[in-house]
Design a protein around this ligand. Structure first.
Ligand code: SF4
Length: 475
């Protein structure tokens, strides 16, 4: 998928000016966020549950080589194949190879953010293979030729009228507005793809190392069809999704589902243990697990940023984030939006293009409070801001704008000496005088005008606090 993380400012400004998008984004708060809060309040020992989930993930991520190796062995023991893809190109090449070897013409897909990440649909289309998304939200955005807007609700930004237009374009017939009619039409269209497909591609919510199983959580049942109806099943997973045992799976499912949709349990939890074995009647002949790195090791090798590898992709931090709820999912310019996207996208794809993302946060902490595995999202955002300000990535492209860097350098020099600090205060107050009214500066000349384009700046007092305090003491 094309990385457009450098367009955050322009794209978020566009969304904030679009009343239709703003109305749809209200659903993120009213539906998903409030649902999660209600589910958490309704769960006895919720906070302990989160601590347990965090401990499981932290232990696994810190022993990732061991658990990936165990997963590999057990998937193979179950009769499956495993491929470790270092980057998106390797992952695409492997999946296309499997498709070609099986003479595949149609692929049905259940929701997979990693397949979006590696641009699998585009690769299928280029190879003359027809990929069909079967999760309703994913199907809608596939018809719209867009990227997902949200980790678990990919088409949440689309209005009923927009969805109706998209479905009518492929189905023909009368215009439908009733959600049930629209769903029935989409279901009929997808049924045909389910019948025809020779290959199913699914995502993975958790990969269980001790049994070599994968677990998929859905509400539409399409995951089960994708993993069992076609002859070949390819599951694609980010390497952070491994967990040690089935016992751990039950803890992880409890926190994931409540945090994602506010449900106690989703309609379907599917556990796949490789291809069909005699005397089983259902299931694919071939099973492939593609384990994707694609920049995750950049997170893993950094002791602080490694924490982001705990992420379950539940979307709760997006729903809690006041910036996401205004800027919308496409502003983040890659597959992963919201606070977690502002961390993983720049690190996985290269900080230079995503330099605005860590600054797209008020640091209010709502994301951390919502996160089921208590990821220190605000601290990680601050850490990335600090890296970028110090130009630690690519000084030419990644560091802050020149004016900002120079101002910080001048400020640093000034605050190191009380005499300099006092002189700088007096000078700034004098310079600001002609530009201020009633104690506020409403305009600064370029290149310092970034701040005053959208805010006012308080005028620095003509007499410092220390001088006024001294005078008061002398009275
Ligand atoms: S960071 Fe936490 S809240 Fe956000 S998607 Fe990941 S697990 Fe969910």
């Amino acid at each position: 998928m094309k990385v457009r993380t450098d367009e955050f400012k322009a794209r978020s400004a566009e969304t904030t000016r679009n009343p239709r998008r703003q109305a749809s984004l209200k659903m993120v708060y009213d539906g998903l966020h409030k649902g999660r809060i209600a589910a958490a309040e309704d769960t006895h020992g919720w906070d302990d549950e989160r601590d347990r989930a965090r401990a499981i993930k932290w232990h696994t991520i810190n022993n990732l080589d061991y658990y990936l190796d165990l997963l590999d062995k057990n998937v193979r023991a179950n009769g499956g194949n495993v491929f470790f893809a270092n980057d998106d190109a390797e992952a695409r090449e492997y999946v296309l190879g499997v498709a070609k070897a099986n003479n595949v013409k149609t692929v049905i897909k259940s929701k997979s953010m990693v397949s979006e990440e590696i641009g699998l649909n585009e690769a299928f289309e280029k190879a003359g293979i027809n990929p069909v998304e079967t999760d309703l939200g994913e199907y809608i955005i596939q018809l719209a030729k867009e990227a997902p807007y949200h980790l678990i609700a990919p088409a949440i930004h689309k209005t009923r009228e927009e969805i109706s237009d998209l479905i009518q374009e492929v189905a023909g017939g009368p215009h439908q507005e009733d959600p049930k009619d629209l769903t029935d039409t989409a279901r009929a269209l997808l049924r045909d793809a389910f019948r025809k497909a020779e290959m199913g591609v699914s995502g993975v919510n958790f990969a269980v190392a001790e049994t070599g199983s994968i677990a998929i959580v859905t509400n539409e049942g399409n995951g089960r069809m994708v993993t069992s109806a076609p002859r070949v099943h390819v599951a694609i997973v980010g390497m952070e999704k491994v967990i040690p045992s089935m016992q751990d799976l039950s803890t992880m499912l409890r926190v994931l589902i409540r945090s994602a949709t506010g449900q106690r349990i989703s309609s379907y939890v599917t556990v796949v243990n490789g291809p069909r074995k005699a005397p089983e009647e259902d299931g694919p002949d071939e099973f492939h697990l593609v384990i994707v790195n694609n920049g995750r090791e950049n997170l893993l090798k950094d002791e602080q940023l490694r924490e982001a590898m705990l992420c379950l992709r539940c979307g709760a931090c997006l729903n809690a984030c006041p910036v996401y709820r205004k800027a919308g999912g496409h502003a983040y310019g890659w597959v992963y939006p919201g606070p977690i996207g502002a961390i993983v996208s720049p690190v996985m794809t290269g900080k230079k293009a995503g330099r605005d993302l860590p600054f797209a946060s008020t640091l209010c902490g709502a994301c951390k409070d919502a996160c089921p595995v208590k990821i220190e999202l605000p601290s990680l955002l601050l850490r990335l801001r600090s890296d970028l300000s110090e130009g630690k990535t690519d000084p030419k492209e990644a560091s802050s704008p020149l004016a900002e860097r120079l101002s910080i350098k001048v400020w640093r020099f000034g605050v190191q000496s009380p005499a300099m600090f006092s002189l700088a205060g007096k000078l700034s107050s004098l310079l600001m005088a002609p530009m201020s009214r009633q104690g506020w500066v409403r305009w600064l000349p370029p290149p310092l005008n970034g701040w005053t384009k959208s805010r006012e700046f308080p005028r620095i007092a003509s007499k410092p606090f220390r001088a006024r305090f001294k005078k008061k003491e002398q009275r």
